[in-house]
Design a protein. Structure first.
Length: 785
């Protein structure tokens, strides 16, 4: 009987072991390349970055929660100014009011504004060709101390500045921009970009963030036309950036200080963050102790090296050049021009077609078999992601608290391995069932074919991500073409080399994708694992008994042996899942996440508890019940958000924000009102909405013009959310149609739900969700002026 495989070595067992060893080595090298470097001690040379030194800054910055406008944030700012002065620099505080940056904002039901105080420091260059801006935000979310987000970025810049000032001066200007009110509305960065003199000529922005507590510092976002910048980034000691991440990031609901810079159109730049360990994101558990300091070292190594690299270049020559495709591979940053994306995608298709033609001509398969194989390959491609989503649904069923985790469980490692094993089991089971009927060569060609087709689709839709499919398809097909022309011993080596390319490209991609998307989207990780599996089919064939040729008892034995890899993968799924459930338990340090807030309506002195939990947990269910409903009618700032509610005691000591008429002029059919909104207690933000009966022509807030086209719903239209309001209040000027009274809804918010009578402290193991309305106490009142 004919041999239907691409290669059939005489000593199959030995070949399998050798090939698996090569793949393991390739995988190990690929994974080592994306691991953060080890933390350097305080004794490291003064011109180098030491995470241990930076961490002492993290401790000071993240002692307590410090949202924009809080006294704790004032203390952080004072510390930053003092530290920078200690380096012989001259920091200044930019104190201003601005409207929000970016499209996404925490203020769903109105235009976000804030009073911000940025700490801005210029390190003048010796013969500057432009400016490099090192950006991180020093404010924290309102319920967490921000040990990682973004004390990590802030400390990275402080330690980088220290290292820079202990060495020779750079050619170019470096501007340190420590922003305020990022968590509120990206307002600090927006204020710097719009209003600060140092920002007016543009330059190169390097933003440093953390959305989690560990993992490599990934360079995940760039300005357009990035090829020269990416080339400079490739010079850092451990570059972990991929053009695929840029595409993934666009799918995520995150936004950073980088956005206002990009929106301005006169900045180039790179955005980096470490993102694993995301269970602590914005939560009280985002403490300095939660930080993996190797991640801080990675941030710092790259920040310092990149600043030095760009600091010596002619910054006027950085622009243009188009977008590059780039990815980390064994310690290097592989990159090629975006112009090669399409030629490579087409080349991969041609190579697969050539392989199919040769395989048919040599009688290793037939056209019918290969067409059947192409159709059947859809089975693992579609079923593995579905099974992975099913596995996560099962885990949420077993542990309902997982439903409340915004991105990932605390210790997702074993669950990720379970998903990878599940995808492997799917591919192996499918392969074991079909390889005798369809033939190994046909299945291998079909696998490469789908990779090549996907490469073409990605080239059209997300060009930066096309390489994840194109290059494994191309390497696999070329290896196949060579393998069928050389002796079997050599063929095995060639096949192994092709598979190693897929391993180096796809394994780190799978591994970085899990923290990026979290377990609730585990199906995407499974999908990419299947792609890797398809690229490895010629290798997978070697761990099965040779197909074809066997008869009778021998064939039965071969079929039984053929089930062994599948069984091993299934056992791995079970073992990893059970281990994950045992390892990742909720406790005091790793609490389940609950959301509760309190809202008082001062019009009728009634109050209620509110929660945004999708499925209320046991603790939350004491306060709220029923189904989620919009609350816009009484709390317009919540926009179209839906919350569960329950009755709460009216808390008499909560004064509503005051709204007074400062000036009032009428001319013809229009009226111009100047009103002052003043919180009567320590409020993180105040909001003001105008009834939909009133048509607003124009408005300014604190002197800043704002859009008046928005609608909050619930009978309210135009509205503003002002963060960090000054004690003396916020002045709003409106020009409206008509001369009759205008109805306003004013609200303020603090973050002390635990002080409300009737609040029962959370038991151990029950914690606070890092949402923008967690622990909020809101007081609202209607005014007619
Ligand atoms: Zn942040």
């Amino acid at each position: 009987m004919r041999d239907y495989a691409l290669t059939r070595p005489a000593r199959r067992g030995l070949a399998a072991i050798a090939v698996l060893a090569v793949l393991a080595l390739a995988g190990f090298a690929a994974m080592t390349a994306i691991a953060p470097p080890a933390e350097r001690a305080t004794s490291a040379p003064a011109t180098e970055f030491s995470a241990a030194r930076a961490f002492t800054q993290v401790r000071t910055i993240a002692t307590t929660t410090h949202p924009a406008g809080s006294p704790a944030n004032d203390r952080v700012r004072d510390h930053l100014v003092e530290t920078l002065r200690g380096l012989g620099l001259s920091p200044e505080v930019q104190d201003t009011v601005t409207v929000q940056g970016g499209q996404l904002s925490s203020s769903a039901g109105g235009t976000g504004l804030a009073r911000v105080r940025n700490v801005v420091t210029l390190i003048p260059g010796t013969a500057s060709t432009g400016r490099i801006f090192l950006v991180a935000h020093y404010d924290s979310a309102q319920v967490g101390p921000g040990g990682n987000d973004d004390a990590a970025g802030t400390a990275t810049i402080l330690e980088t500045a220290r290292a820079l000032t202990s060495g020779d001066g750079l050619r170019n200007d470096v501007v340190l921009v420590l922003t305020d009110a990022e968590e509120a509305c990206l307002c600090g960065a927006k204020a710097f970009v719009d209003q600060h003199p140092l920002a007016q000529e543009g330059g190169v922005v390097l933003n440093f963030e953390a959305r989690g507590s560990s993992g490599p510092a990934i360079m995940f976002e760039t300005s357009e036309g990035n090829s020269r910048l990416v080339e400079a980034y490739g010079q850092v000691p451990s570059p972990v950036g991929t053009s695929f991440a840029v595409e993934i990031y666009r799918l995520l609901p995150n936004d950073t200080d980088f956005t206002p810079f990009l929106d301005a159109g006169r900045f180039l730049g790179l955005n980096s963050a470490y993102i694993d360990g995301a269970a602590v994101y914005h939560a009280p558990t985002d403490t300095p102790e939660a930080m993996d300091r190797d991640s801080l070292q990675h941030h710092g190594d790259n920040a310092l090296a990149l600043t030095r690299e760009l600091g010596g270049r002619d910054l006027t020559a950085l622009e243009s050049g188009g977008d590059a495709t780039y990815f980390p591979a064994a310690g290097l940053l592989v990159r090629y021009p975006g112009a090669l994306v399409w030629p490579l995608a087409v080349l991969a298709l041609v190579a697969v077609a050539a392989l199919a033609w040769l395989v048919r001509r040599q009688g290793r398969s037939t056209a019918r078999r290969m067409i059947a194989a192409a159709g059947l390959t859809l089975i693992p491609i579609l079923s593995a992601p579905a099974l992975a989503q099913g596995l996560w649904a099962l885990l949420v069923l077993i542990r309902p608290e997982y439903g409340g985790m915004p991105i990932d469980p605390y210790r997702p490692l074993w669950y990720r391995l379970a998903v990878i094993a599940l995808a492997a089991a799917t591919v192996l089971a499918w392969y074991a069932l079909l390889r005798r009927r369809i033939g190994p060569a046909a299945l291998a060609v079909a696998g490469f074919g789908w990779l090549a087709v996907l490469g073409v689709v990605l080239a059209a839709v997300t060009p930066g991500g096309a390489y994840v499919a194109t290059l494994p398809a191309l390497a696999g097909a070329l290896a196949g073409l060579v393998a069928i022309h050389v002796p079997d011993g050599v063929a095995v080596a060639v096949i192994a080399a092709g598979a190693a390319v897929a391993m180096v490209i796809l394994l780190p991609t799978v591994w970085m994708l899990f923290p990026a998307l979290g377990m609730p989207m585990a199906g995407v990780g499974a999908f990419l694992t299947v792609l890797l599996g398809l690229a490895l089919l010629p290798v997978a064939d070697l761990i099965h008994p040779a197909a074809g040729g066997a008869r009778g008892m021998e064939a039965l034995r071969a079929r039984r042996l053929g089930a062994v890899p599948t069984l091993a993968a299934v056992l791995a799924v079970l073992a990893c899942t059970v281990t994950g459930l045992a390892v990742d338990r909720f406790d005091a340090k790793h609490p389940s996440l609950t959301h509760l807030m309190y809202a008082l309506d001062a019009d009728n002195n009634t109050a209620r508890w509110l929660s945004e939990e999708a499925e209320p947990q046991e603790w939350t269910a004491q306060y709220v019940s029923g189904s989620p409903e919009p609350v816009t009618a009484s709390l317009p700032a919540f926009g179209d958000e839906k919350l569960r509610s329950g009755p709460a005691p009216a808390f008499a000591d909560l004064p509503a924000p005051n709204l007074t008429l400062v000036a009032d002029t009428r001319s013809g059919d229009t009226r111009t009102l100047r009103v002052r909104l003043t919180p009567q207690r320590a409020a993180r933000f105040v909001t003001l909405h105008v009834s939909h009966e009133t048509k607003v022509f124009s408005a300014t807030v604190g002197g800043q013009p704002v859009e008046t086209t928005g609608e909050a719903g619930g009978g309210w239209n135009f509205g503003i959310v002002f963060h960090a309001p000054p004690q003396e209040g916020v002045e709003v000027e409106l020009t409206v149609h008509g001369t009759g009274p205008v109805r306003f809804r004013a609200m303020d918010a603090s973050d002390n739900v635990t002080e409300v009578p009737g609040f029962k402290p959370r038991p151990e193991g029950v914690g606070v969700l890092g949402s923008h309305s967690s622990e909020m106490v809101a007081v609202a009142k209607t005014y007619s002026l």
